[in-house]
Ligand binder design. Structure first.
Ligand code: CA
Length: 233
């Protein structure tokens, strides 16, 4: 298995009164390495949000007592600017929620896919700079240093464009796992990028020319599925 490490763990608050949904969401986020705090009512959620620092708040809109909008409003009024990912039922999605969804925040309509929630949470954390790894990622003789914004293969410095760098970083964080073009688009490009998945193919091609030329290839295509970064067999 690759000697890469996951992105830095984040602190996430999940405010949701339905225990089943709260548990599924929290389990999925913990599986990503994050520390998750669960609150099952509006007042409990507000209390935690006001008194602890979170990198992300997953906030149900319909809560007993104080609803999600009110919690978000009060957090902002208290100078707490943790990004908020709203959970809302389809018929609650109105202009108010769109008003909140600015500056890196997002919302999801129930029923939602937990996989998509994890991807959207990762996109928010990445956009807000809360998911920056603290150390270099290494696979074989390929090294990516996020803080120094530097990539080397066999010690040789490789110049990458910002998009190529983000793509390689995503592949390295997920080294050994096949990632689909859709996952790559969500994590490397903004989630609202509405272009074709062909752009992923194009940039994989650019990366291959820069990373793999003259070496044993690390970027592998799983036809019909996606891509995987791993050492040659
Ligand atoms: Ca609810």
């Amino acid at each position: 298995m690759a000697a890469s490490r996951p992105a830095a763990p984040c602190r996430i608050l999940v405010v949701e009164d339905e225990p089943a949904i709260s548990d599924i969401v929290s389990t999925a986020l913990r599986y990503q390495g994050h520390t998750v705090t669960q609150a099952h009512s509006g007042s409990a959620g507000l209390e935690r949000g006001l008194n602890e620092a979170f990198d992300l708040v997953v906030l149900d809109v319909m809560l007993p007592g104080i609803d999600g909008y009110e919690i978000c409003t009060r957090l902002r009024a208290a100078d707490c600017f943790s990004p908020v990912l709203f959970l809302t039922a389809r018929d609650e999605t109105d202009d108010r929620i769109k008003g909140f969804v600015t500056g890196g925040d997002d919302y999801m309509t129930k029923p939602f896919s937990v996989d998509e929630l994890v991807l959207r949470a990762a996109a928010i954390l990445r956009r807000t700079g809360n998911e920056a790894p603290s150390d270099a990622l290494v696979l074989e003789n390929l090294m990516l240093d996020p803080s120094g914004h530097e990539v080397r293969r066999a010690g040789e410095l490789i110049e990458l464009s910002p998009t190529e760098f983000r793509l390689l970083h995503y592949l390295m964080v997920n080294a050994g796992a096949v990632v689909s073009k859709a996952q790559i688009l969500v994590n490397v490009w903004d989630y609202d990028y509405d272009g074709s998945e062909n752009v992923v193919e194009l940039y994989i091609g650019y990366l291959r020319r820069k990373i793999d030329a003259g070496h044993s290839p690390l970027i592998h295509t799983k036809r019909g599925v996606g891509y995987v970064l791993r050492a040659a067999d």
